[in-house]
Write a protein that binds this ligand. Structure first.
Ligand SMILES: Cc1cc2nc3c(=O)[nH]c(=O)nc-3n(C[C@H](O)[C@H](O)[C@H](O)COP(=O)(O)OP(=O)(O)OC[C@H]3O[C@@H](n4cnc5c(N)ncnc54)[C@H](O)[C@@H]3O)c2cc1C
Length: 468
């Protein structure tokens, strides 16, 4: 017997968007959430949204089309996504932004982003605001919720998914949507599915908001869906940001007064580069990578505490390098201090002559007002010359997005190992694969994949329920 038309697992962007879409299509819907509260990891997200052809772009005089975004998306992800999936996503992104705005979300302008050919990043005001809108709609449409229920099994009948189970409690449905999020908080799954980041980050690996957010990102969709024959794809697709070992929560931007060097002492990136550039450069640099600064910068550095989005031209001043934090970390061993650059180099395992030549070049460039190696904004450069000198190791260790999970097609149906849909099972957002590729760090796509493929999963599940 069927208890309900559609059961949605998870209450982040994907789950709530799926629930709203399924109930709007006429299905009875229950959202089952493992944790005591609704909103998932999504509620903490900055939730900047990529989208093309929106009225917000037009208002800023930006001429853009979903066709152009589709072409860019395929290039950015190195053609590793089925074109039909990418087309649904890129054509759906702008529509989701408009739909959220029509339902009361206030957008705060459009920014360029790191890799976009035109300005496409829509500022949503934060994930909690999107969650608020989705919850209001879901409740108004009669969606039901069950919290504190971690589904541990999908129930099948002759290959079709017909419900979910929490321990001995079973609940039957005509269709199930997986919206259980990523696995940045699950070290075992990271080792298994993201071996390259496991190697880069080692035991520093954490989800982007720190240990506190790990509980939202345990990767349940992988176990739940593979147990019913799903194809798990998307290995080694990730978005990861840089941080020193002594902090848990990464801030994506570094202050201007530091340099980053690889194990040969080479400066290999503009230290003010964005997340995607930093991810690409650091993941290919010779490890370990160190951040270096001098005592003058340490003493002069005054963070405003103001958080500004990329593209706003002012810098986000970073709290992890203020004087009292640095002094405390020198005591604890998180930051290494030495009277001379040569001593510092020896302590961090770099050839002293190589580090000296890098710093000499940087200092000369800072005085001339032109970074001759990495083209860093000269206004942010200051010579590194007043001892003592400081170094701390930096790793790509804060996981923002994980790409492995059950593969979906353009209807958000979960595919089996033969690429056939598993009847009654749908997925979207961060728990699904086949939507994002290697360029995921670039430009605010995770939230867009949640909303677009959440909507598609909800509509497909409702249509499947209506037909069965
Ligand atoms: C600080 C931060 C900033 C970010 N900024 C951006 C940004 O600017 N732009 C962007 O595009 N992306 C950004 N992201 C990433 C993006 O927010 C996430 O990819 C997205 O929120 C994931 O949403 P989701 O619905 O797939 O999963 P989640 O929001 O993680 O929700 C999954 C839910 O499923 C529940 N669940 C898990 N397993 C089960 C189970 N077995 N049974 C029942 N429930 C279960 C979990 O408890 C959780 O509540 C950011 C993320 C963070 C943390």
């Amino acid at each position: 017997m069927t208890d309900i038309d559609v059961i949605v697992l998870g209450s982040g962007f994907t789950g709530l968007r799926a629930a709203v879409a399924a109930s709007a299509a006429g299905a009875s819907v229950l959202v089952v959430e493992a944790l005591p509260e609704l909103g998932g990891r999504s509620q903490f997200s900055w939730a900047r949204l990529m989208g093309a052809g929106t009225r917000f772009q037009k208002a800023q005089g930006i001429d853009d089309t979903p066709e152009a975004l589709f072409a860019q998306y395929m290039r950015l992800h190195e053609y590793q996504i089925d074109a039909a999936n990418a087309r649904e996503l890129t054509f759906g992104m702008g529509r989701e932004i408009e739909w959220l705005a029509d339902n009361g979300l206030e957008f705060k302008g459009v920014l360029p982003g790191e890799t976009n050919e035109v300005d496409r990043i829509h500022r949503s005001g934060g994930g909690h605001k999107i969650i608020e809108v989705l919850l209001r709609l879901a409740r108004a449409q009669g969606v039901e919720f069950a919290v504190n229920q971690r589904v541990d099994r999908l129930i099948t009948d002759d290959g079709r998914v017909i419900g979910v189970a929490v321990g001995d409690d079973e609940l039957h449905a005509k269709a199930v949507v997986l919206a259980t999020g990523g696995f940045g908080g699950n070290k075992d799954l990271i080792r298994q599915w993201l071996p390259s980041i496991a190697e880069l980050a080692g035991d520093w690996v954490l989800p982007v908001g720190g240990e506190e957010l790990a509980k939202y990102a345990q990767g349940d969709a992988i176990g739940l869906s593979s147990a019913v024959g799903a194809q798990i794809a998307g290995a080694d697709l990730w978005e990861v940001t840089l941080r020193p070992g002594y902090v848990q929560v990464s801030r994506p931007e570094l202050p201007g007064h530091v340099i980053l060097v690889d194990s040969t002492g080479r400066r290999f990136v503009d230290e003010l580069a964005g997340v995607a550039a930093m991810q690409g450069a650091v993941s290919h640099a010779k490890a370990p990578v160190h951040l270096i600064f001098d005592d003058a910068a340490k003493r002069d550095y005054r963070p405003s505490g103001e958080i500004l989005a990329p593209g706003e031209k002012k810098r986000y001043l970073h709290p992890d390098y203020v004087e009292d934090v640095v002094d405390a970390e020198v005591e604890k061993g998180g930051i290494i201090k030495a009277d001379t650059l040569d001593e510092l180099a020896a302590l961090i395992g770099i050839n002293p002559a190589s580090l000296r030549s890098t710093v000499d070049q940087y200092n000369a460039d800072a005085r001339l007002g032109h970074d001759s190696v990495q083209l860093k904004d000269p206004a942010q450069m200051s010579p590194i010359e007043v001892g003592p000198f400081y170094a701390t190791e930096m790793r790509l260790a804060s996981i923002g997005f994980t790409g492995a999970g059950p593969r979906v097609n353009s209807s958000a149906a979960v595919l089996d190992v033969h690429n056939l849909p598993i009847p009654g099972l749908f997925a979207g957002g961060e728990c699904a694969s086949g939507i994002a590729g290697p360029g995921s760090a670039a430009d605010a796509t995770p939230t867009a994949t949640c909303l677009v493929f959440g909507r598609i999963a909800g509509e497909s599940a409702a249509a499947f329920a209506a037909a069965h």
